[in-house]
Design a protein around this ligand. Structure first.
Ligand code: ATP
Length: 625
């Protein structure tokens, strides 16, 4: 008999709710109610589960569960969970029980993820073996401080003053410990080289959890390389010498000779390093860090995206002062390269940030064509990502078989400091009304925040909340509903004008606390709703406004790379399509060691089994594969 799909889900949710003491502290009554209700379900589910898990572990020849008869004949194969086809040898039990195989994707009985079925079905993420993860941990222990990296003194100092100002006790993060020495070429890899492999490694993949400092992991070595190249570049040395000579000349120059000041720098419109990112928000974010470094390290950088006019783009690219590092989106860069191929002629360092996006179907042709054009001059290719989807893994194996993979031990795990609450929208009081469940969740967050807020100096803390939807059409609908319920919400999608997108995101990316004048908090949504709406009439507008939350409703556009350090709450209005989306969306909270909370709204058509397994994985801090 076929078991309904959600049987496993309910059990897993129940198990997670039971295992997780913090569920009772969760501010949402609904979440707690969901957990408790499941916990009180009869043990039917436990029995079902036990049977399902135990069955594959039975050895051939061993007795089956008590009460089950072994039967030959036409009905002998019924109710079996394993096909026992005669003539096909069983795999040796020794092999089957090995905790980790070489490829790292077969799970032994001891692996707590062995009973994850829904995630196994998805197979969206490429596995990283336990052996590899343990090896990396050993390697990381050798680095404690930024001083250990062989960087130019000015670059080293700028990490503290420009990139991470005001932060105390700074130490490199896991990916920075692994990637910076490798990109600087200052560590022995200990890896055996293949016969046809070049001595110097050229291609690198940096993969680490969201919010773990990947940007600095690739920027610091790249800026160092650009600066060192500047010191040895003959064209630049000659140009600087001519400028200096003109400045110190005592006799007047012949009137027909052009001044050196009017001569373009050798790097004009020919940058040494290019950083590709998928959106103009990320162009600004990464460009901002590069600009900050340039104040003390002295190099020229430019950021271009469709958020600025053609004239501004031209001025930045063709500035006579030159350009060392360029940040762009692939669309814009490849269209510029079509009309002016010279722009890629000098590139030695190409960085593809958010590589999982830029190498997927939508972006891949553009990114690949840039990779091809840059290849002749390229010294280092750095791909950077928070996830390694299987499709990207396959692409890399074909196109860059020798790429050096620099991955952190916790890759593909959502940190335990991020809690995930599940709201069942089918239950009372929502009865399938997802919009209401979303609004109520936000009001609950606001109410809980007001209760715990110290409210110093007549102001109250404002919580920044991200709501993720799967389709861009939904952003507007959800936003309008939330506004009608007195919530300060805005929608961000591809339909939003680029300039406006940046303004909207600014509130969510700034690190300074957000405050509002202190008022008496209106409480929960239910306290502020009319209880009775006459049949056929439209519900009157909300009487009160929620004063201490700011909400951004967005699609995947807001989930990639945006550094929302101050965001503590993420609501997954739609269940994400894959674990990759779970990782990126929940990755907007709990960044750089902070705590965070996710809430996922689950309805009857959603994959509850996937949600339950993701929650289980988060609780155990395990990779979601
Ligand atoms: N060594 C460090 N110590 C403290 N903070 C750091 C350190 N390195 C980076 N940060 C800060 O951590 C935050 C997150 O960094 P970053 O945006 O590079 O993360 P990421 O790994 O690229 O995330 P995502 O995968 O979401 O793009 C930034 O605000 C950055 O300034």
């Amino acid at each position: 008999m076929l078991r309904p799909k959600n049987t496993t889900c309910l059990f897993c949710s129940f198990k997670a709710a039971r295992q997780r003491p913090s569920a009772s502290q969760w501010p949402l009554q609904q979440t707690a109610a969901f957990g408790t209700k499941l916990a009180s379900r009869p043990s039917r589910f436990s029995l079902t589960k036990a049977r399902v898990v135990n069955t594959p572990e039975r050895r051939p020849g061993e007795a089956g569960p008590v009460g089950r008869r072994k039967q030959d004949g036409p009905f002998g194969g019924m109710n079996l969970t394993e096909a026992k086809i005669r003539g096909i040898p069983e795999r040796s039990t020794a092999f089957r029980d090995q905790p980790n195989s070489r490829s790292g994707n077969r799970r032994g009985r001891d692996d707590p993820r062995a009973d994850w079925k829904a995630l196994k079905m998805q197979r969206a993420l490429s596995p990283v073996s336990y052996n590899a993860r343990t090896r990396i941990k050993e390697h990381m222990r050798q680095v404690d401080t930024f001083d250990q990296f062989p960087l130019l003194e000015t670059v080293k100092n700028s990490i503290f003053t420009q990139a991470l100002p005001g932060k105390e006790n700074l130490v490199p993060t896991a990916i920075q410990r692994i990637a910076i020495p490798a990109l600087l070429g200052s560590e022995s890899t200990g890896r055996r080289r293949k016969a046809n492999q070049p001595a110097e490694e050229k291609e690198f993949l940096l993969a680490a959890e969201t919010g773990s400092g990947k940007t600095l992991a690739y920027l610091i070595p790249t800026i160092n390389a650009v600066k060192e190249a500047d010191l040895h570049d003959e064209e630049v040395i000659e140009y600087n010498r001519a400028i200096e000579e003109e400045r110190t000349r005592t006799t007047p120059a012949p009137s027909f000779a052009p001044s050196m000041k009017d001569m373009p720098h050798p790097t004009t419109a020919r940058p040494r390093a290019i950083i590709l990112v998928p959106t103009s928000e990320l162009v600004n974010q990464v460009g901002g860090v590069i600009k900050a470094f340039s104040h003390t390290i002295k190099y020229k950088s430019a950021m271009i995206s469709s958020a600025v006019s053609g004239q501004v783009i031209r001025n930045r690219l063709f500035s006579p002062r030159g350009i060392d590092i360029l940040v762009s989106t692939p669309h814009l860069l490849s269209s510029i390269a079509d009309s002016d191929p010279n722009i890629l002629s000098r590139v030695t360092h190409l960085i593809v940030d958010e590589a999982d996006s830029l190498l997927d179907r939508g972006f891949s042709p553009l990114t690949s064509s840039i990779l091809d054009r840059v290849a002749p001059s390229m010294k280092q290719l750095i791909l950077c990502s928070a996830t390694i989807p299987r499709s990207m893994d396959t692409f890399l194996r074909k196109r860059f078989p020798d790429i050096r993979r620099l991955v952190t031990p916790n890759l593909h795990a959502i940190p335990r400091r991020v809690q995930l609450g599940v709201v069942d929208i089918e239950r009372d009081p929502y009865r399938g009304n997802k919009l209401l469940a979303c609004a109520d969740s936000i009001w609950s967050i606001g109410k809980a925040a007001a209760e715990h807020d110290g409210q110093v100096g007549g102001v109250m803390d404002v919580k920044r909340i991200l709501v993720f939807v799967n389709e861009r059409e939904t952003t507007q609908e959800v936003t309008e509903y939330l506004v009608s319920k007195g919530i300060d919400a805005i929608a961000l999608s591809r339909d939003t004008p680029e300039q406006r997108q940046q303004e909207m995101l600014a509130t969510f990316t700034q690190q300074a606390p957000l405050t509002a004048p202190k008022v008496t908090h209106p409480g929960s949504l239910a306290d502020n709703q009319p209880n009775y709406v006459p049949y056929g009439s439209v519900a009157p507008p909300a009487r009160r406004k929620l004063p201490n939350t700011k909400v951004l409703v967005t699609t995947d556009l807001g989930s990639r790379g945006i550094d929302t350090l101050a965001v503590r709450h993420v609501i997954l209005y739609d269940v994400p399509h894959s674990t990759i989306d779970f990782i990126h969306r929940l990755g907007r909270t709990g960044r750089m060691g902070r705590r965070g909370r996710g809430i996922v709204l689950v309805g009857k058509h959603d994959r509850r089994d996937v949600v339950a397994e993701v929650r289980d994985g988060m609780y155990k801090g395990q990779p979601l594969i």
